[in-house]
Design a protein around this ligand. Structure first.
Ligand code: AMP
Length: 410
């Protein structure tokens, strides 16, 4: 089957065309056919870049005013006589959509039935910036490809197995029942994917292992996967909680918010921007949210770049140890995301000091592990650590195939 995976933001549409099937999933032999990105939707100067597997990247610019037009553009690109990869849109068998928030309604991916779409709409209050463009992407695909089945894959669904003692805040319980205030967690597809891949690397099924997965990108979160189920994760009601991130604070005493609002005379919107966009690695270093740049600055002696990196690694180390405690032990720590896959130094610094838990990094292995699956601990290390490149689009494509063919999810 050819599955179009769509990830629509407010002014963008990221996509991949993936060839997969139940047999390909079984053999881990699915194939990316091409991927692209439409940016600046809603303007006269939208930019559409597309790269067919193994071919040169092509770029097209022009007016694209809304997501439906963007999707028509995508189909034209995919079927383009010169740059395209399929002859006709009819070759697309299904569409899988990334949806950020499924609230408590979705514990796994779902076929996009009218009831499911209504349920996603009911979750808009929980993700007012993300669910509406995700739904626009769905609506665009429904109109442009009315006969093609569509599937919704949620960032939150995987974490719906968290028990109440992990997902509740220490607030009056009525705020949970009245307003659904609780921890949801995000990056669920990524944590689920690396947990699934770990089975091959560890030679043991997920149902027999305790894992701490660390998705370290511009946004970052850790997850405790106990015998195949997410039992805790560091992001909360929104993606602001938990690890220090590129521009987000991560964990913060909420009293700071009121104090800063008062002292700096900030509006609600300004403080929201401060916490989400001006904080984290960027806010501490004053230099950049990009870990590569921070490492380069640190090497030149930049003190606050050093401090930001130290804070990032320290907080991650605390979460890894805390999740091992939560599960009564850990068998493997898994690193993924732009930083987790590419930065041996951040991995080593985050794991430093965890030898007491049985994590012994092999420096040469760690240094050599870049953007590929690899063990980074010594053979004798009682707890293993691995790099596993994430592939959220692939999970979306696989869930789409399973739902369309009526096969249970794994
Ligand atoms: P993502 O959000 O998963 O795309 O990851 C983006 C983050 O990965 C940015 O902070 C990048 O600086 C970081 N990153 C990518 N390559 C490297 C690298 N070689 N070393 C350190 N960080 C990297």
């Amino acid at each position: 089957m050819k599955v179009l995976v769509l990830n629509c933001g407010s002014s963008s549409a990221k996509y991949q065309l993936i060839e997969t099937s139940l047999e390909a999933i079984e053999k881990n032999a699915d194939r990316e056919i091409g991927r692209g990105l439409v940016e600046r939707i809603g303007t006269g100067s939208a930019v559409h870049t597309f790269q067919a597997q193994g071919r040169e990247r092509v770029t097209d610019t022009g007016e694209i005013l809304e997501h439906r037009e963007a999707l028509a553009h995508i189909l034209r690109m995919l079927t383009h006589p010169e740059h395209g990869v399929i002859k006709s849109p009819a070759e697309i068998d299904a569409v899988g959509h990334r949806v950020v928030h499924g609230g408590e309604k979705f514990t796994q991916s779902a076929l996009a039935t009218p009831e499911a779409i209504r349920a996603v709409e009911e979750c808009i209050g929980l993700a007012p910036l993300h669910n509406p463009p995700n739904l626009r992407g769905y609506e665009a695909a429904r109109r442009v490809m009315p006969d093609v089945p569509q599937v919704l894959v949620f960032d939150t669904a995987y974490h719906q197995t968290m028990p109440p003692h992990a997902f509740l805040y220490g607030l009056p319980y009525v705020l949970y029942t009245r307003h659904a205030i609780r921890r949801y967690g995000f990056h669920g597809t990524s944590h689920r994917f690396v947990g699934w891949r770990s089975q091959e690397l560890l030679g043991r099924p997920r149902s027999e292992t305790r894992l701490v997965t660390c998705h370290l990108g511009n946004g970052a979160s850790a997850c405790a996967i106990d015998h195949g189920r997410s039992v805790d994760t560091s992001m909360g009601f929104t993606p602001l909680e938990g690890l220090l991130m590129g521009t987000r604070t991560g964990d913060l005493d909420p009293a700071v918010v009121f104090h800063v609002m008062h002292q700096e005379e900030l509006s609600e919107q300004q403080v929201n921007t401060l916490l989400n966009k001006h904080s984290g690695l960027y806010g501490i270093s004053g230099v950049s949210n990009d870990m590569r740049e921070l490492l380069a600055e640190e090497a030149k002696g930049h003190e606050r770049a050093h401090l930001a990196i130290e804070m990032f690694c320290y907080r991650l180390r605390k979460y890894i140890a805390a999740y091992a405690g939560a599960m009564g032990g850990v068998d493997a720590v898994l690193f993924t995301g732009g930083i987790g896959e590419n930065s041996p130094s951040i991995r080593a610094r985050s794991l430093a000091g965890l030898e007491f838990m049985g994590i012994h990094v092999d420096a040469a292995r760690n240094d050599a592990a870049m953007r590929r699956e690899a063990r980074i601990t010594t053979d004798a290390s009682p707890v293993a650590a691995f790099v596993i490149p994430t592939n959220e689009e692939l999970i979306i494509a696989r869930d789409t195939v399973r739902l369309v063919t009526g096969t249970p999810q794994v």
